[in-house]
Design a protein around this ligand. Structure first.
Ligand SMILES: NC(=O)c1ccc[n+]([C@@H]2O[C@H](COP(=O)([O-])OP(=O)(O)OC[C@H]3O[C@@H](n4cnc5c(N)ncnc54)[C@H](O)[C@@H]3O)[C@@H](O)[C@H]2O)c1
Length: 304
């Protein structure tokens, strides 16, 4: 990319700074690919890494597809897609953190894995690099515990699909330094996102709200208060939600919802986070939602 290319997100700051700031995205799945697309669109050179070359390339290809989709919808200025795609590169191994000024981890939601990733990244990335986790439920302070300097880590929680969702939740851990949190806000602004700030409380703001919404709907179904179709219609038509809670949890994954409720239960020990047994039964039966082909609804075309 030439320094004359103008990034589509104009927040009044010097676009050449983005050109110089390399972003490393760890994990090329649903979220990592979206974050890579968004950062590239804002003018950052981006590297996506995953556990294999193939998965990293898939992540970069998925980022390119997300950009194509945005272009088709008329959401991008002319030439923005090509320029963004050219800024995305795929690789393997955390060695690629060498020289990265911003590292966003979007790997599988496991505390031990995230700790191990950041322990390694800390020893490779420049000491000035911003280290961020996209975790949707794990305590930032617990992930940061693995670092020699836990003050460097902050939570930057993106939403799916990243290019379409305006919101980013920023979560400083108990130990996060204020300058690191400020840099996270600056990065999110450069990506054109609106930020809500949350303390490092279990489930932050959004994940906690989502978990309770879905769990309450499951309890109502379990108790026979109404059918799933009627509960979904009540949320859609009564509250203007774009989809009902069962449609939503089928998208998120019922296993993910249960894991989040368990994090809330562990964090608060409050009975309002008691998982509805129906959700656990569905996980045992591998009825996980869209990704397994069956959840509250059937998805015949989805991969089993
Ligand atoms: N899916 C969502 O709607 C959503 C929304 C917000 C946040 N999140 C969070 O984002 C993170 C990723 O979620 P996702 O839905 O993209 O998952 P995903 O399963 O689609 O992708 C995770 C990727 O991480 C890779 N990975 C695992 N170990 C790795 C390692 N050591 N190094 C590099 N890559 C590794 C996996 O191979 C996989 O490609 C999780 O922390 C999740 O909680 C997800």
């Amino acid at each position: 990319m030439s320094p004359d290319d103008t990034p589509p997100v104009d927040d009044g700051s010097d676009p050449r700074e983005s050109v110089r700031t390399r972003v490393l995205v760890i994990g090329g799945g649903i979220m990592g690919s979206g974050i890579a697309a968004q950062a590239a669109l804002a003018g950052f050179p981006v590297t996506v890494v995953d556990v294999s070359e193939e998965l990293a390339r898939k992540g970069a290809a998925q980022a390119a597809r997300a950009l194509e989709h945005a272009e088709r919808k008329g959401a991008l200025p002319e030439g923005a897609r090509e320029a963004a795609v050219a800024r995305i590169d795929a690789g393997i191994g955390l060695r690629r953190a060498d020289g990265a000024q911003i590292v966003v981890e979007a790997a599988t939601e496991r505390l031990d894995l995230k700790r191990q990733i950041f322990r390694e990244v800390e020893s490779i990335a420049p000491p000035t690099a911003l280290l961020a986790s996209n975790t949707s439920s794990l305590p930032i302070t617990s992930i940061a515990e693995a670092l020699a300097d836990p003050g460097r880590l902050v939570g930057i929680h993106f939403f799916n699909p990243v290019l379409q969702m305006d919101l980013v939740e920023i979560i400083p851990g108990f130990t996060t330094r204020p300058d690191i949190t400020e840099r996270a806000h600056d990065f999110a602004r450069r990506l054109g996102k609106t930020v809500v700030a949350s303390r490092d409380s279990p489930g932050f703001v959004t994940t906690r709200a989502l978990a309770v919404l879905v769990n309450e709907a499951a309890w109502m179904l379990y108790e026979g208060v109404a059918t799933k179709e009627d509960i979904d219609a009540a949320y859609r038509l009564g509250f203007h939600h774009p989809m009902g809670p069962f449609q939503l949890v089928d998208l998120v994954g019922i296993d993910t919802a249960v894991a989040i409720l368990d994090v809330l239960w562990d964090g608060f020990r409050d009975s309002k986070y008691r998982v509805c047994p129906l959700l656990r039964q569905m996980v045992s039966a591998r009825q996980l939602g869209r990704k397994s082909g069956r959840g509250f609804y059937d998805y015949p075309g989805a991969r089993p």
